[in-house]
Design a protein around this ligand. Structure first.
Ligand code: HEC
Length: 109
């Protein structure tokens, strides 16, 4: 297991610990885990949290706002935008999941 895959687990256990300490419900951290888990599927190619390696041949996606990212993902899904990988990948998610992913990974302004 590579170190980068440990990060979400560490973050999750930190969240669980924090939520117990602060009295937040466990349901909230499960929701966070689900959202982070969805976004983590993109990390293999685009890097953790979209912070990919510059000039490594993969588009960097951490410069996109959530709105821009969602627009691209929907365009890949509908076929309006062509690509090698993303059209197939985007079709695998519901619109709701794409919104969650775009909110999770998009640049916060
Ligand atoms: C197997 C590798 C791979 C995975 C996994 C992957 N992508 Fe991509 N992504 C690409 C490639 C390659 C492109 C360039 C377009 C193409 O060829 O499909 C791209 C393009 C994009 C773009 C457009 C970037 C731009 O500036 O035009 C966005 C946004 C994006 N991906 C988001 C995501 C999200 C969100 C996920 C997770 C749900 C994801 N990608 C998972 C390989 C991947």
């Amino acid at each position: 297991m590579q170190v980068k895959y440990l990060k979400p687990i560490l973050v999750t256990s930190a969240l669980v610990g924090l939520s117990q300490w602060s009295g937040l419900s466990l349901a909230q951290s499960a929701d966070q885990l689900y959202k982070r888990g969805l976004a983590a599927t993109c990390a293999n190619c685009h890097g953790t949290d979209g912070k990919g390696v510059v000039d490594a041949g993969m588009p960097l996606i951490n410069n996109l706002t959530s709105e821009q990212m969602l627009a691209k993902l929907k365009a890949y899904k509908s076929g309006a935008l062509e690509g090698t990988i993303m059209p197939q990948l985007a079709k695998g998610y519901s619109d709701e999941q794409l919104i969650t992913i775009a909110n999770q990974l998009g640049k916060k302004q």
